[in-house]
Design a protein around this ligand. Structure first.
Ligand code: DSN
Length: 424
């Protein structure tokens, strides 16, 4: 923010958003109200603290500092060197990692930098099929990962809908990938990092763990850590970790230089120091006992919601959840994931449609809906709230296409939302 006692035609306007740009201000305010009046069960979203947002909105937005601490291409960087070093040290301490790069703008660039660290274009990489819970950057043919690398996709088992380690091992032996990627966007069960390490070692592959979704659970001790097993670990900082929108790479010391070079100058330009400062706050918060309790509650809440949905006759991917998310399968219903997610939104329950194992519909329609508990847990929701929400989800399923009934359910949704902490 620029405050001046000598306003002139050339200084930026001094007023706040409401005064300078009322049109945009109103839209932001309406969206804030939408969050407070509805129940956000999007598995990848979360509400950051005021301290995290304060750092994100700070004057650090101004600074160019291409390079890394103590090796920059700009002057005036002594204090941002300290800020980035603090973020790096906190990330290393939080996860117990040998090296951290806190510059990735978000999860996809983090994955790109990690893949270019461990493989060259044209090499073979192996990741979970997108429709079985993988991410676009794990080898989808519409992403750089599928365009620039030879991709082998593994799947979940048909019977248990858990990772098919027999297939992972067989495909790895047959195709000899340079990199095996573990970590997902819609997989509800705990990941067996040791099993992936064993298979990677069998074929001389590097193991890339993408913990974008579960980073907060790992940091908070509610999910096992890939640190002892993976060569490189990528993450976002804004999902369960509850920080600013952003990415993070952790790795063993032997990959440090290559990871740093892949992020800058290969892929990115100047680091976003306001975002890095905000990540530092997030890593600090995540070291607290309160955050460990939060991580445990996220999982308890997901289990409570999963149990209630099963009691209400929903069929769940892999029969439930070990983490922060669950996916309902709609093969036994006469509506799609897209239609169900839209009906839920009409009642004030915000989710995202999801493809599921055995998918028969397009990614725009899908046969599943994904639910996650990080955001509502940040608003203080309890397992009891989750059971009430599960009952309301079941009622929505009985009234897809009936706007009057959905409005009526929406009043009960609103009552739950009104009882939770508000975002400011
Ligand atoms: N894949 C998105 C999600 O899980 O919502 C984030 O990249």
């Amino acid at each position: 923010m620029l405050i001046t006692s000598v306003p002139s035609d050339v200084t930026p306007p001094a007023g706040g958003l409401r005064m300078v740009d009322p049109e945009l201000s109103r839209l932001i305010e309406r969206d804030r109200r939408r969050h407070n009046q509805t129940l956000n069960l999007i598995a990848s979203e979360n509400y950051a603290s005021r301290a995290v947002l304060e750092a994100l909105a700070s004057h650090l937005n101004v600074k160019y500092a291409e390079g890394y601490p103590h090796a920059r291409y700009y002057q005036g960087v002594a204090l941002v060197d300290d800020i980035e070093s603090l973020a790096i040290e906190r990330a290393r301490a939080l996860f117990g990692a040998e090296h951290a790069n806190v510059q990735p703008y978000s999860g996809s660039p983090a994955n790109m930098a990690a893949l270019y660290t461990l493989a060259k274009p044209g090499d073979t990489i192996m990741g979970m099929d997108l429709s079985h819970g993988g991410h676009l950057t794990h080898g989808s043919r519409v992403s750089f990962s599928g365009i620039q690398f030879n991709v082998v996709s593994y799947h979940v088992r048909q019977d248990s809908e858990k990772i098919d380690f027999d297939e992972v091992e067989a495909l790895a032996k047959e195709r000899r990938p340079k990199v095996i990627i573990a970590g997902y966007s819609a997989y509800p069960r705990e990941i067996d990092w040791a099993a992936f390490r064993r298979i990677a070692d069998l074929v001389g592959a590097k193991l890339l763990a993408d913990i974008a979704h579960i980073a907060g659970l790992v940091a908070g001790g509610a999910h096992s850590s890939p640190i002892p097993y993976a060569d490189v670990i990528t993450s976002t900082t804004h999902k369960t970790l509850r920080g600013p929108r952003g990415g993070l790479i952790l790795c063993r010391a032997e990959y440090a230089k290559d990871v740093d070079r892949a992020v800058f100058p290969m892929l990115q330009g100047g680091p976003h120091l306001q975002q890095i400062a905000s990540k530092a706050v997030c890593f600090h918060e995540a070291q607290s006992e309160a955050f460990r309790a939060y991580a445990r509650r996220v999982v308890e809440n997901a289990r409570a919601l999963a149990d209630r949905l099963q009691e209400r006759s929903f069929s769940l991917w892999a029969g439930g959840t070990d983490n922060h998310l669950l996916v309902v399968k709609l093969f036994d219903r006469d509506f799609t994931g897209a239609a169900f997610a839209a009906a839920l939104e009409q009642a004030g329950i915000i989710t995202s449609k999801s493809t599921v194992p055995g998918e028969t519909r397009s990614p725009r329609q899908t046969s599943g809906v994904r639910f996650g508990t990080p955001a509502l847990t940040s608003r203080g929701a309890t397992p009891d709230d989750m059971r009430r929400i599960g009952d309301l989800v079941a009622r929505v399923a009985e009234h897809v296409g009936d706007p009057a009934a959905l409005r009526c359910i929406g009043r009960e949704v609103r009552a739950i939302a009104d009882g939770l902490a508000r975002i400011a």
